[in-house]
Design a protein around this ligand. Structure first.
Ligand SMILES: C[S@@+](CC[C@H](N)C(=O)[O-])C[C@H]1O[C@@H](n2cnc3c(N)ncnc32)[C@H](O)[C@@H]1O
Length: 280
């Protein structure tokens, strides 16, 4: 009998994000985007913000890089951009639905290791290992160790992701490794810091969009479903509400109490663009 494989709720969120982004904005990217001051935070600008994120990454890649391992490649949008700039790209992707989407997008010439980064068996080295908003999904001790093994001497580790601010509790927005713990770990390796830029302000603005969406679309839809169920299936709804009371409360607190804002994100997280050179 085939082994049952549970699906992580964050993976469900990513696939949903991709579906919505693709349908409404024609975007295959799965990151917050870089919202510079001149870019109004409206849905129509999401794609532009995501292109700015990609442009920032491309600008940060050092001139002597040819081969790149894109870890957690999402639906392959970034890998495609890198290939178009003549880099030789390979990807790692653990998620069934996202990997299938990435394969469709990048075609057969970009190999994809379908595994978690920590489990991927890769017997070669690269000029650069890239984590674009995927670093937070793994234990940083393991990612740093593994990335160091996959880099040629003088190669680079490029991380663009958010971390939890030191001294702060988790806050209402999930995700992010602890910033201070990351610094403690990386300093035990022969990595030299070339770039460490705080781009929290430009990425946090994405939450203005998220909050607006939850307020205008998420909450009314959620309430409508409940009203429909209560009106048409009162007894079943009452039982279900009682059974899943905690889960429902958690979900409502998380998504529909206006806590997912740019201000909350900036308070609890710090979004960094970081480039390290591996000099063993
Ligand atoms: C927020 S998406 C970012 C996707 C893409 N890099 C981008 O910038 O649009 C996070 C990605 O990390 C991947 N991921 C999650 N856990 C992972 C793991 N253990 N190893 C490798 N990738 C992982 C997810 O499948 C997803 O592709």
């Amino acid at each position: 009998m085939a082994k049952h494989k549970a699906m992580d709720s964050r993976e469900v969120g990513l696939v949903m994000g991709l579906t919505v982004g693709k349908y409404f904005f024609g975007s295959d990217d799965l990151h917050y985007g870089l919202w510079t001051d001149d870019l109004p935070v409206i849905p129509e600008n999401l794609r532009k913000a995501q292109e700015q994120h990609a442009a920032l990454l491309l600008k940060t890649i050092p001139a002597d890089v040819q081969t790149i391992l894109d870890v957690g490649c999402g639906a392959g949008a970034l890998a495609k951009r890198l290939r178009d700039k003549a880099y030789k790209v390979e990807c790692v992707s653990p998620s069934g639905p996202l990997t299938a989407e990435a394969r469709k997008n990048v075609g057969p010439e970009i190999p994809i290791y379908e595994a978690k980064f920590q489990d991927a068996e890769i017997a070669k080295t690269y000029d650069l290992v890239l984590f674009s908003e995927s670093f937070q999904y793994m234990k940083h001790e393991i990612s740093i160790e593994k990335a160091s093994k996959l880099l040629r001497p003088g190669g680079y580790l490029l991380i663009c992701d958010f971390f939890r601010r030191t001294g702060e509790e988790r806050g209402p927005i999930r995700g992010g490794r602890r910033m201070e713990a990351f610094y403690e770990t990386i300093k035990q390796y022969p990595f030299q810091t070339l770039v460490d830029e705080d781009i929290t302000k430009e990425t946090a603005r994405n939450y203005e969009l998220v909050n607006d969406f939850l307020d205008q679309v998420g909450r009314p839809t959620w309430e409508l479903i409940f009203r429909y169920c209560t009106a048409n299936y009162p007894r079943t709804t009452k039982v279900a509400r009682r059974m899943f009371r905690r889960k429902i409360e958690k979900l409502e607190t998380k998504y529909f109490q206006g806590q997912r804002t740019a201000a909350t994100f900036s308070r609890y997280k710090t979004y960094r663009l970081m480039l390290f050179q591996y000099n063993p």
